[in-house]
Design a protein around this ligand. Structure first.
Ligand SMILES: [Zn+2]
Length: 205
C-alpha cells in the first residue's frame, strides 16, 4: 500500500541550486556524468539528473529523517545531485549501503572539485581507493591500504594517522607534503594512490 505520509519534495529553486552547484554532473564518485544537454528541438533541454534526498523524503524512508524537520528535509543541505542510475542505486535496500554521512562526503567532494574547476585549478586526484607505500619512515613496507566509503584511522600517537592524511591530501595539494621533503630527498618516501581510472604517483616534493 502506498504511504500516505507527505513527501518532503524539493522546491524547484532548491533543485536548480543543487544542480548548478554540481555543474549538472553526477556527484557519485568517478561517475561525473553530465546530466543536461540538448533536447529534441532547438529550444529544448534534456535533463536526466536528479536532486536526491540525503535523509529520506518521508519518515521511514531511506536513511531515516536524521532528526530533521520536514522543511529541513526540503532544503539544499539535504540534496545531492545524481544521475538517474545513481539516484536509484543509493535508495536500494532502503538506503543501507549509502548512509547519510557517505552521501554528504560525496556531495562535499564533488562540489569541491567543481569549485576548483570553476576557479581554473586542475585537480590531480579524485576518489582515492587505495594507497601503495613502497618506502616510508614510519611503516613497514611495502604496504597497501584500501579505503572504503568511510575509513576510520585508529592508532596511538605517532602511529602514522597524520602521515596518511598528509599523503592523501598531497595528491591534490603538494604543499601538504612539505614536512616530508627531507624523507623524500633521502629516498625514504615513495607512495602512490589509485582511483578506478588512474594511478596518481606523487613526485612533487
Ligand atoms: Zn552517476
Amino acid at each position: 500500500m502506498a504511504s500516505t505520509k507527505p513527501r518532503a519534495e524539493f522546491p524547484r529553486a532548491v533543485v536548480r541550486t543543487v544542480a548548478k552547484r554540481s555543474a549538472y554532473r553526477c556527484s557519485f564518485p568517478d561517475c561525473d556524468r553530465t546530466t543536461t544537454g540538448p533536447g529534441a528541438s532547438e529550444d529544448q533541454i534534456a535533463t536526466t539528473g536528479k536532486a536526491a534526498h540525503i535523509y529520506g523524503a518521508r519518515d521511514g524512508g531511506p536513511r531515516g529523517s536524521g532528526g530533521l524537520s520536514f522543511e529541513e528535509r526540503q532544503g539544499t543541505a539535504n540534496a545531492i545531485w545524481l544521475c538517474a542510475e545513481h539516484a536509484e542505486r543509493i535508495d536500494k535496500n532502503n538506503g543501507s549501503e549509502f548512509p547519510a554521512a557517505t552521501l554528504k562526503a560525496y556531495k562535499r567532494m564533488h562540489e569541491e572539485k567543481i569549485r576548483c574547476e570553476a576557479g581554473g585549478i586542475g585537480l590531480k586526484a579524485g576518489w582515492i581507493h587505495s594507497l601503495s607505500i613502497d618506502h616510508a619512515p614510519i611503516f613497514r613496507t611495502p604496504a597497501e591500504i584500501q579505503f572504503g566509503k568511510v575509513t576510520v584511522l585508529h592508532g596511538d600517537n605517532g602511529s602514522g594517522k597524520t602521515a596518511l592524511c598528509d599523503w592523501l591530501q598531497g595528491m591534490s595539494d603538494p604543499s601538504a607534503l612539505s614536512r616530508w621533503a627531507d624523507a623524500k630527498k633521502a629516498g625514504n618516501l615513495s607512495f602512490e594512490g589509485s582511483s578506478p581510472k588512474s594511478v596518481i604517483a606523487v613526485e612533487a616534493l
